[in-house]
Design a protein around this ligand. Structure first.
Ligand SMILES: [Zn+2]
Length: 121
């Protein structure tokens, strides 16, 4: 596996991804930008592709999780902030509560999806 990767790097060529048009290595199994499946189709590379795609999905979900946490904190802060002192922002406590609930659910969904993806390995 390591040997394959280092050989791959030596003979690496840059191509445009058919999925998103970004520059990717022609040895990459999966486009790092959009997840488009590139390259060979033997059993080993298919397994590697699946693994790569899972790793990409997990890292996307981890950043979603972080976003959800930030949004949740913002929602809590917004819920308890004294918006009454500002003109035209009376609706903000309600908006903040919706944001808080939404981000909490979002966090749980992302958390569950990471758990499921990691169990498949
Ligand atoms: Zn792409």
């Amino acid at each position: 596996m390591l040997l394959y990767l280092s050989l791959g790097d030596l003979s690496m060529a840059i191509i445009s991804c058919p999925g998103c048009g970004k520059k990717v290595s022609d040895k990459a199994a999966v486009c790092g930008e959009c997840g488009f499946m590139l390259g060979a189709h033997d059993v080993e590379s298919l397994a590697r592709k699946a693994q790569n795609q899972r790793a990409i999905k997990v890292s996307k979900l981890v950043s979603q999780q972080m976003l959800a946490i930030l949004l949740f904190i913002a929602g809590i802060a917004g819920t308890f902030y004294d918006w009454a002192q500002l003109d035209g922002w009376q609706f903000m406590p309600q908006v903040s509560m919706v944001v808080t609930v939404f981000s909490f659910v979002w966090y749980l969904v992302a958390r569950a999806r990471i758990y499921i993806l990691k169990r498949q390995r």
